[in-house]
Design a protein around this ligand. Structure first.
Ligand SMILES: NC(=O)c1ccc[n+]([C@@H]2O[C@H](COP(=O)([O-])OP(=O)(O)OC[C@H]3O[C@@H](n4cnc5c(N)ncnc54)[C@H](OP(=O)(O)O)[C@@H]3O)[C@@H](O)[C@H]2O)c1
Length: 311
C-alpha cells in the first residue's frame, strides 16, 4: 500500500521538506500505519531523522555502507518488499517520490491524502493510470480529502486458485465441481481474460470472460433466446463476460465497477453478458450505468442478455 499526501498540483515535497503543515494529518498517518512496516527512501528517512515509534522501518538505499540504529535496510525494491513480507502487518510505502515510483508497479492499494493547496515544490507524486485505479472510499475533510484506491489487474492467468476463495464465498449455493469443469473449458478459450482486485491484502473480487463463438454451447443458447436480428448482429466473435463477483465484505466500494471497466478493456467490438432482468437489481444497475443495454431475454426465466459496444 502506498500512503502519501499529494497537493492538487501533484507536489509532495520541496527539497527535503513537505511544504505544508496541516493539523491532524500526521495523527491520521500515525493511526493508519501503527503496527505496520514503513518502507521509505533514504532521503525521506533522513529528513525525519529517526525511526517512527510502533512501526518497523525499512530504508531503501543503494549505498551498501549505509545504516542507522533501529531500522532495516534494503538495496532494491524487490528485496525491500520480500523483507517486508516476512514481517507482521502490512507494508506501507511512505515515500518519497523515487520510492513511490519504484513501488507503484507492485502496489494493489493507495491511500492518498488530497491536500487542497498548490504549493511550489520540486518533488511530485508519480503519475498513475486512473483507468486502472479506482477510488473505493473517500473521507472528505476541510483542507484535504482522503482517498482509498485499489487496482484492478487484468491477466490471462488460467490458474483457478485465483478465483476459488472469492467464488466459494459468493456462490456458496452452486455446485463447485460443475463450475470447476466450466472454468477449465472457459480458461482454455481464445481471448480468455480475468480481472482481479485485492483489498487489505486479500482477493476481493474477480471478473472473467473469453471470446464467444457460434458453435459454443452458451453462444448458441443466447442466439436462440435473442430476437433473430439481434442475435445475428451481436453473437459470435464477441467478448462473453461470464462472471463478476465481489466478496460481501467489500461490496459498495466501487470494486464491481473497477472490475467491469478492467475486464471490458478487451479488443472486441461487442461485449455480451447475461444478468437479472430486474432493472433494480444491483448488478443490472451497475451494467446499465456503464453503458450496457438490454438486448433481449436471456437463457432461463428472469434473465436478460445485455450488450455493449466499447468506444
Ligand atoms: N507528501 C508526502 O506524503 C511525502 C512522503 C514522503 C516524502 N515526501 C517528500 O519527498 C521528498 C523526498 O523524495 P525523493 O524522491 O527526493 O527521495 P526518497 O524517495 O525519499 O529517497 C530517495 C533515495 O532512496 C534510495 N532509493 C530510491 N529508489 C531506490 C531503489 N529503487 N533502489 C534502491 N534505493 C533507492 C536512494 O538512496 P541513496 O541515494 O542512499 O542510494 C535515493 O537517493 C521530500 O521532499 C519529502 O519531504 C513527501
Amino acid at each position: 500500500m502506498l500512503v502519501a499526501a499529494v497537493a492538487d498540483n501533484g507536489v509532495i515535497g520541496d527539497g527535503p521538506d513537505i511544504p505544508w503543515h496541516i493539523p491532524g494529518e500526521q495523527a491520521q498517518f500515525k493511526a493508519l500505519t501503527m503496527g505496520h512496516t514503513l518502507l521509505m527512501g533514504r532521503t525521506t528517512f533522513e529528513s525525519i531523522g529517526r525511526p517512527l515509534p510502533g512501526r518497523t522501518t525499512i530504508v531503501l538505499t543503494r549505498d551498501v555502507t549505509w545504516s542507522h540504529e533501529g531500522v532495516l535496510v534494503a538495496h532494491t525494491i524487490e528485496d525491500a518488499l520480500a523483507l517486508a513480507a516476512t514481517l507482521p502487518g502490512d507494508v506501507m510505502v511512505a515515500g518519497g517520490a523515487q520510492v513511490y515510483a519504484a513501488a507503484l508497479p507492485y502496489a494493489a492499494e493507495q491511500v492518498l491524502t488530497r491536500v487542497h493547496l498548490a504549493p511550489s515544490g520540486d518533488v511530485h507524486y508519480p503519475a498513475f493510470d486512473t483507468g486502472e485505479w479506482v477510488v473505493t472510499r473517500r473521507e472528505p475533510g476541510e483542507t484535504y480529502d482522503r482517498e482509498w484506491l485499489v487496482r484492478a489487474r487484468v491477466s490471462d492467468s488460467a490458474d483457478p486458485a485465483v478465483i476459488w476463495p472469492v467464488y466459494d464465498a459468493v456462490f456458496a449455493d452452486r455446485d463447485r465441481s460443475a463450475w470447476e469443469e466450466a472454468w477449465r473449458t472457459h480458461s482454455a478459450r481464445d481471448g480468455f481474460r480475468i480481472a482481479t482486485v485485492e483489498c487489505d491484502g486479500e482477493l476481493a473480487g474477480f471478473a472473467y470472460g473469453y471470446t464467444g463463438e457460434r458453435g459454443q454451447w452458451w453462444s448458441d443458447a443466447i442466439l436462440e433466446a435473442l430476437p433473430p436480428a439481434v442475435g445475428e448482429e451481436w453473437v459470435g466473435g464477441h467478448f462473453e463476460l461470464v462472471e463478476l463477483a465481489v466478496l460481501g465484505a467489500h461490496r459498495s466500494r466501487g470494486l464491481g465497477r473497477a472490475l467491469l471497466r478492467a475486464i471490458s478493456s478487451v479488443p472486441h467490438e461487442r461485449l455480451l453478458l447475461q444478468t437479472d432482468a430486474d432493472a433494480a437489481d444491483p448488478a443490472h444497475r451497475l451494467y446499465a450505468s456503464e453503458g450496457w443495454r438490454v438486448l433481449g431475454p436471456g437463457v432461463g426465466a428472469g434473465t436478460v442478455v445485455m450488450g455493449k459496444r466499447p468506444g
